[in-house]
Design a protein around this ligand. Structure first.
Ligand SMILES: [Zn+2]
Length: 143
């Protein structure tokens, strides 16, 4: 946030399909739809299971633990709202449950990122409606 309190970076589009995800992050939880019929996680988030086509889904909590599988460091701000952040890293995190998220790390300098870095989700409330998922180095050192 800026000193004025206005959050100027792009925000996710919240719709009826992904609203439970954003409600969960607001509560400090990471949840994804899971098929009640066959147990498959439904990711990317959708309204039907891609494995068995059931629409009987529930939003289950995941651990939030994962590892960095790829990243890129931005040295230029392609959006002016990121100008104060450069250089900053955008990371690809593979969660233990298999989902692959694109996010930022909150406590690791871009030059210190390594493949396989164990991370865990943290929650960044950027507006009253939106809490973003970011990641930090795992406190237990990973496994
Ligand atoms: Zn299924």
């Amino acid at each position: 946030m800026t000193d004025s309190g206005a959050y100027l970076k792009p925000l996710p589009l919240i719709n009826s399909t992904n609203r439970p995800f954003w409600s969960a992050t607001k509560a400090g939880e990471l949840r994804f739809p899971r098929c009640v019929n066959c147990g498959s996680w439904v990711y990317p988030i959708a309204t039907m299971c891609q494995a068995c086509w059931s629409d009987n889904l529930r939003w289950d909590r995941v651990t939030g633990r994962g590892s960095v599988s790829s990243w890129v460091v931005y040295h230029r701000a392609f959006d002016p709202s990121f100008a104060e952040d450069v250089p900053y890293a955008v990371v690809q995190v593979d969660l233990e449950e298999g989902m692959r998220l694109i996010s930022n790390l909150v406590d690791v300098e871009p030059g210190d990122i390594v493949a396989g870095l164990p991370v865990e989700a943290v929650f960044d409330p950027v507006t009253p409606e939106v809490t973003l998922v970011k990641f930090r180095r795992r406190r237990d050192g990973g496994s």
